[in-house]
Design a protein around this ligand. Structure first.
Ligand SMILES: Nc1nc2c(c(=O)[nH]1)N[C@H]1C(S)=C(S)[C@@H](COP(=O)(O)OP(=O)(O)OC[C@H]3O[C@@H](n4cnc5c(=O)[nH]c(N)nc54)[C@H](O)[C@@H]3O)O[C@H]1N2
Ligand SMILES: Nc1nc2c(c(=O)[nH]1)N[C@H]1C(S)=C(S)[C@@H](COP(=O)(O)OP(=O)(O)OC[C@H]3O[C@@H](n4cnc5c(=O)[nH]c(N)nc54)[C@H](O)[C@@H]3O)O[C@H]1N2
Ligand code: SF4
Ligand SMILES: [Mo]
Length: 733
């Protein structure tokens, strides 16, 4: 009852929506355009189609860079960066440029499809939206009746705000089981940093004089503006120290690179803290004013000497000492950069805590060149009232994770429970913009989980592996064809991003909101009522308190409140931690029985004749999902397995030959790349190949899948997966 009351009280429906229409482009038949494109590779004379430049934002990755789409004769010819979008510094990356090929991709989903063969057999029939949607709603309702509403799970990844409507559907349907990308990505980061600072701040890369990056390959794992600011010449002012078991493109740009033993970053950090504390290089005035727990830290770090760390992480004690001194003397314009993905090892949350503590003791908090708390431009929230159901149980994972996010869940833990059918069965799977079979470790287990489902529906733009194993596949319009809600991106310079259709949606693809509304309508009248609004109404509601936002978006494609950073707003104020201060010692963790200060655990030793499998980003691809893009495929047609030159020699393996890579959960075959760019104890492969789907015609049958090899270990504090705890054997294929 209390949940209902709470919702009723918080309910605010949007009212007073103005009639001002959003600018959209009306276009003729795109199918005609596609045919013209196919004939001779470029567009001929096609009259009566619009020629204009449209402000929108990139949808190829999380950064959402500002874009100007050059539409000529109704065809998107080129995507250019929007110079007003200062976050992306007037640039688009390779993937951003290749976005054109997402629209004009022969492999894209064109119509709703219903499976006719066995799951994964790839036999489909084209269906009408009416029939496909009826089938989705009927199955959802049947599963709810048989197994409670929690028997349908909802898997999704953040995109521009449309994910919101999918999550709304889950809540209105009455399922607590939403599985979002966070525990595959950055949950440990958010947990570790927030437990210390009360928030996950942004390192001020542009203004820092000294940056240490470990496990954040910014030259390839692109995050704006950091990647661009790192690469841009600064006249030698800034120093970059980079720790990565691989020689990446970031190593190439670094002043110093250390091929650290994987999983030992915490040893390096604690040794730095040791040096800074024992040599009195910390900022005592700042520690006094802004932190709690420094007194407990002092004895805690005593055993963590640089000599001890050297044996753990393969970095010379003298280097650790020197780097610690340089870092402290550059502070507060010095940051230990925490990166984004923190799905490395099971102790990742505590490792991120160590990073936060190191930053805190040199006093770089909320200062120029330091760790800056994010600003965010307020948009009015879309509230709705989910119907009340009496019989819905709690999330399937229960209390297995110390700080489980109710909205994100923890994928591997959840999947195990589904397979056990305990404490209750989950028999329906709704997937939106997530590729479970490529992104969740141990693909064979995900397939098993899918096998036991009564019904699976995937909403995607292309035939991903997950779509390939579904019963109904629904085609969403691509990001260049949709009006999306406004998205407020937090950061040092917060910004509102804008996405509007550049052309009319092709084939029978539909935007997410329409799909959600159509499903809602078929589920129940009560649910349908909560979806009774248009996108235009939604957007006007978002800017209701500040209509200038929409005016700027229409004329500049972007909205900023300030274009220069401001610092120090949190000084003298309470932070969002229990003590109101930076928590070096975490009372909160102590009460939960967790280590209140980060305690180092040595990673499991690599067993003889095996290698640690590492994963990491490639600048040409986004996750496991853009490798099939024609332009990107052209520059990298398949992935390889990196193996150190000396090891290849020892195993008698040659560059370019096929090898079998075997872990305890899978076996993949791919081409060997013999290189000195990796430690002898580790191997590496890019993500996105070895697909199961024959609907990805460029890459099917090429390369290997990392998701098929990685075992599913999990951080017990955040629920984040730990992807680098898998050992593999390499054999000639
Ligand atoms: N093995 C391995 N696994 C990983 C990682 C790794 O490095 N290695 N990285 C992890 C990290 S950090 C993350 S963030 C996750 C991300 O992994 P996911 O959560 O799976 O997200 P994405 O890979 O971005 O996209 C998933 C799907 O969205 C589809 N898609 C793209 N655009 C649209 C659209 O506009 N509409 C719809 N409906 N669908 C669309 C794509 O075709 C794809 O099938 O993966 C994690 N998993
Ligand atoms: N081009 C491109 N850019 C992206 C994305 C993308 O898919 N493509 N995805 C975006 C997303 S969702 C995320 S989460 C971020 C991820 O961006 P990052 O946080 O930078 O993550 P990764 O590139 O996955 O891993 C970084 C590096 O860690 C190294 N590494 C492995 N183990 C260890 C270790 O134990 N210690 C240290 N020090 N290093 C280690 C790997 O070799 C790899 O080069 O990138 C974002 N940007
Ligand atoms: S970094 Fe590249 S893919 Fe990501 S939003 Fe920007 S241009 Fe698009
Ligand atoms: Mo991520």
């Amino acid at each position: 009852m209390s949940r209902l009351l709470e919702k009723k009280l918080s309910r605010r429906r949007f009212m007073g929506i103005s009639s001002c229409a959003l600018a959209t482009v009306a276009v003729g038949s795109q199918v005609k355009v596609l045919k013209a494109l196919a004939k001779d590779g470029h567009v001929g004379e096609l009259n009566n189609l619009p020629t204009q430049d449209v402000y929108t934002s990139c949808g190829m990755c999380v950064n959402k860079c500002g874009v100007i789409a050059r539409v000529r004769d109704g065809v998107i010819h080129k995507l250019d960066p929007n110079p007003n979008f200062i976050k992306s510094r007037d640039m688009l990356c390779a993937r951003g440029n290749a976005g054109v090929k997402v629209v004009y991709d022969p492999d894209r989903l064109k119509y709703p499809l219903i499976r006719v063969g066995k799951r994964g057999e790839g036999k489909w029939r084209r269906a009408s939206w009416e029939e496909a949607l009826d089938m989705v709603a009927k199955n959802m309702n049947e599963i709810a009746e048989k197994h409670t509403r929690a028997g349908v799970m909802f898997a999704s990844t953040e995109g521009t705000f449309q994910e919101h409507f999918f999550l709304q559907l889950a809540e209105c349907f009455g399922s607590p089981n939403t599985l979002r990308h966070a525990t595959l990505c950055l949950s440990s980061n958010i947990q570790g940093l927030s437990a210390t600072f009360g928030t996950n701040p942004t390192p001020d890369v542009l203004n820092a004089d000294y940056i240490i990056m470990s496990g954040a390959n910014r030259s390839e794992a692109l995050i704006t503006p950091d990647s661009i600011d790192m690469l841009k010449g600064d006249g030698g002012r800034r120093k970059l120290v980079y720790l990565d078991p691989r020689f990446t493109k970031t190593s190439a740009k670094a002043d110093e690179w250390y091929p650290i033993r994987p999983g030992t970053d915490m040893a390096f950090i604690l040794a730095m803290v040791h040096v800074i504390v024992t040599e009195g290089l910390y900022n005592s005035a700042f520690i006094e004013e802004m932190t709690v727990g420094f007194d407990q830290l002092v004895p805690h770090i005593e055993p963590y000497t640089p000599e001890w760390a050297e044996a753990e992480c393969d970095i010379a004690a003298a280097d650790i000492r020197r780097i610690a001194r340089e870092f402290a003397s550059a502070a507060p314009k010095a940051v230990y950069y925490q990166g984004r993905r923190s799905s490395f090892f099971a102790n990742d949350t505590q490792m991120r805590r160590a990073m936060a503590i190191l930053n805190a003791i040199v006093g770089n908090w909320d200062t120029e060149g330091g760790m800056v708390p994010n600003g965010k431009i307020a948009l009015s929230k879309h509230d709705y009232l989910a119907p009340w159901y009496d019989d819905v149980p709690d999330r399937l994972e229960g209390k297995s994770i110390a700080y489980l996010s109710e909205k994100d869940g923890s994928w591997p833990v959840f999947r195990d429970r589904v397979l056990e059918g305990k404490p209750y069965p989950v028999k329906g799977m709704m997937v939106y913009k997530q590729n479970v079979l490529a992104s969740v470790p141990n693909r064979a287990k995900s397939l098993k989980m899918m096998e036991q489902m009564d019904f699976i529906c995937t909403i995607d733009i292309t035939m991903s592996d997950t779509a390939w194993y579904s019963d109904v596949v629904l085609p969403e319009a691509t990001y260049l064809e949709r009006q999306d809600p406004l998205e407020s991106l937090s950061g040092i310079l917060p910004v509102v991003a804008f996405r509007q259709p550049c052309i009319e949606a092709m084939f029978e693809s539909k935007p997410n909101l329409w799909i959600m509304q159509q499903i809602a309508k078929r589920l129940s009248e009560e649910i349908a009522a909560e979806f009774d609004f248009t996108m235009e109404e939604h957007i006007h509601h978002q800017v209701k308190k500040n209509p200038q936002i929409l005016k700027d978006l229409k004329t500049k494609g972007v909205y900023y409140e300030k274009t220069e950073p401001t610092y120090g707003a949190t000084r003298g104020k309470r932070l969002r931690t229990k003590s109101g201060k930076i928590e070096i010692y975490s009372e909160k963790y102590a009460k939960k029985g967790l280590d209140p200060l980060p305690v180092y655990q040595s990673p499991e030793k690599v067993p003889g004749s095996r290698y640690r499998l590492l994963v990491g980003r490639h600048a040409y691809f986004t996750h496991g999902t853009t490798a099939n893009n024609a332009y990107l495929h052209d520059i990298m047609p398949e992935n390889t397995l990196w193996l150190n030159t000396a090891e290849a020699k020892r195993l008698g393996l040659k560059n370019g030959q096929r090898v079998k890579v075997k872990s305890s959960v899978g076996e993949e075959t791919l081409m060997l790349e013999v290189t000195q760019k990796i430690r002898p104890d580790s191997v590496y492969m890019a993500h996105g190949f070895g697909v199961l789907s024959k609907g990805l015609t460029n890459i099917h049958g090429k390369g290997g899948s990392d998701a098929a090899l990685i075992e599913e270990k999990v951080c017990p504090i955040s629920g984040n997966v730990a992807m680098h705890e898998t050992f593999v054997e390499i054999l000639p294929a």
